[in-house]
Design a protein around this ligand. Structure first.
Ligand code: OOG
Ligand code: MG
Length: 262
């Protein structure tokens, strides 16, 4: 680690203030070019500790930048991991206050819910599928705290991978006998289809993203508890939204979910 604890805490406070006040900031590597991956995840952990100290509970975990479309859109080359607290959860069909966000975008994702804990190293698609209770449609609302959504990997990890809101819903599907690679998705904005894809866009198989998360946490001596909800990452490029927009995600065999921006 290159940063001391006081700097890590100050950066977490700064990023959270930007989130709470819906204002953007320069990416933090501009001022801290020497920071390393451990520093980036330590800032993210300090951000979670701030929320938990105010009584907010963890609502789920996420993998991001897991599809080529997303990596290309953001100009980066490897997946990242983060979390959602309870205040990020939007009810199925619910509303998001756009004034609380900086420049929101929506992403079509497949959400996993576990029935058994998952731990790494050595976690793979097989262990993930055996531990999965069901999958269901999930829309992630991302809202980078960085100006113009421009960042490098360390900055976006520190900013908890742009997490801001999410909705899951529809028809939970058991994974037995299903091929998640060929599950098709359509995301609509105001009734117009704006993104199409299939599960394989996420690392060849969306369960790979969950395995990578378990292996990432395993390297830190942590595991994913049974019952955890995990977003496996945007299947397509993220789509910008504004007040007045309504977004629906249909996933083959899993019905649909949606939310509205007011
Ligand atoms: C980083 C978060 C990406 C995903 O699903 O790929 C992400 C970003 O693009 O701002 O959540
Ligand atoms: Mg995402």
């Amino acid at each position: 680690m290159k940063l001391d604890k006081a700097t890590i805490d100050a950066l977490a406070e700064h990023l959270e203030n930007c989130q709470l006040q819906a204002r953007d900031t320069a990416k933090i590597t501009d001022d801290h070019p020497a920071m390393d991956w451990e520093d980036a995840y330590a800032i993210q952990a300090a951000l979670l500790a701030r929320k938990q100290s105010r009584g907010l509970r963890l609502a789920g975990l996420k993998a991001g930048l897991t599809s080529f479309a997303k990596m290309k859109q953001m100009g980066v080359s490897s997946p990242v991991f983060g979390w959602m607290t309870e205040d990020y959860a939007v009810p199925h069909g619910g509303e998001v206050k756009t004034s609380e966000l900086i420049h929101p975008k929506v992403e079509p994702e497949i959400a996993f819910v576990l029935k058994k804990p998952l731990s790494g190293p050595g976690c793979h698609i097989g262990t993930v599928l055996a531990a999965t209770d069901f999958v269901l449609p999930g829309i992630e609302v991302i809202d980078s705290r960085y100006r113009d959504f421009k960042f490098d990997l360390k900055s976006v990890i520190a900013d908890n991978t742009s997490a801001s809101r999410f909705v899951v819903g529809g028809q939970p599907m058991k994974v037995d006998g299903q091929d998640l690679r060929t599950v098709g998705i359509v995301m609509e904005k105001n009734g117009q289809p704006v993104a199409f894809g299939a599960g394989a866009a996420v690392l060849g198989h969306p369960a790979t993203a969950i395995a990578m998360l378990a292996n990432h946490l395993g390297a830190r001596g942590e595991e994913i508890p049974a019952g955890t909800l995990i977003l496996s990452g945007g299947i397509t490029e993220a789509v910008s939204v504004a007040a007045g927009d309504s977004v629906t995600l249909k996933v083959q065999g899993m019905g649909s979910t949606g939310l509205r921006f007011i």
